[in-house]
Design a protein around this ligand. Sequence first.
Ligand SMILES: Nc1ncnc2c1ncn2[C@@H]1O[C@H](COP(=O)(O)OP(=O)(O)OP(=O)(O)O)[C@@H](O)[C@H]1O
Length: 378
Amino acid sequence: MEEEAKAKPRNPSGPRLCCVCNTRRAALKRPKTLDQICRECFYEVFEEEIHQVIVENQLFSPGERIAIGASGGKGEHGLLSINLYFCSVEDSTVLAYVLSTLNRRHHYGLDLFLLSVDEGITGYRDDSLETVKRNEIQYGLPLKVVSYKDLYGWTMDEIVKMIGLKNNCTFCGVFRRQALDRGAAMLKVDKVATGHNADDIAETVLLNILRGDIARLGRCTAITTGEDGPIPRCKPFKHLFSKCISRFCSGVHQGFGKNKVVSSLTIRNCGLQKPRAILDIIKSGEDFRISTSTKMPEQGTCERCGYISSQAIDRATKVIIPGWKWCKACVLLEGLNKGLPKMGIGRSRGLNNDRKDAKGNDNAAKSIESKQCGTLDF
Ligand SMILES: Nc1ncnc2c1ncn2[C@@H]1O[C@H](COP(=O)(O)OP(=O)(O)OP(=O)(O)O)[C@@H](O)[C@H]1O
């Protein structure tokens, strides 16, 4: 009771005061703590919270080169981001701003870069790339743009033309993940930081449970991943609600920025009714223990492009399926180049997979139904 009174001081003769400075008028309610807070204190608390996450998790070391995955957010809001405090929900724009601010303020000694993947989606990425170009000037961070067209010879527009709208998300996710790694290698960075927030991670936990994807479930809640690979990734916003980031952006709650299936159905509802439910879902994901007898995919190197690839063992013969020695991006690309764009979609991918069942029926359609959305394993 005493705590509550402290957290929500009231000015008997006027509006509710900020629970931090106790002088200015409270303008926002923090979703995590429900504290009433003024705008100025909110910005300070927000930045300090991220600093604490960075320090406690030792996300960076002095002298490191860090690429910030800069998507520029949703294209239609891009133009508003010239002034950070009046932009829309763009986690990576906020990340670029906060990391460059904290780097200066706390002398992290980091070399920061913006890294953007241009998927070649007319009217979407071209708009958001304009935002990223403005961020380059605003924050004085060098920008590197890598495009699907240059890396793979295909834009997403061309891929959609060939495959249609149903499965294009697999191509986009798989290619983007690899493109970000390739761009990071070109920049010779030590790590990539992305703007994934608590809502994104909770959403990924739920989807991995629904899909029974033990391997991804085991790693999706980690704040840093890929430490055994060439370029680790970290998520400094892991504990921040999307709602909170949007408030930092605009000072006014503008709703949830994400529009993915699970987020709109579940995460959004959890968040609106009880924001802490999002953190509870993440905690559940962290608490999952994978049985030691569970067979996990083995990491290998793609024979074609040298990128990391999971090798699959044929359950019946216990032999490594040859097609799996190619990474998913190479399998998908081969399909596109051969005019067989559905090759590699779904769980039973592989160039040499026999897709005919005992009756000689083609199983490809079934396999496509079990498609995975590559963006979830960023
Ligand atoms: N095209 C891209 N280029 C570089 N990084 C990207 C790209 N798309 C996504 N990312 C990184 O992955 C994070 C999460 O991806 P997600 O798809 O949720 O982002 P978004 O909603 O498109 O953009 P934002 O996070 O800026 O709102 C982004 O914050 C960003 O760091």
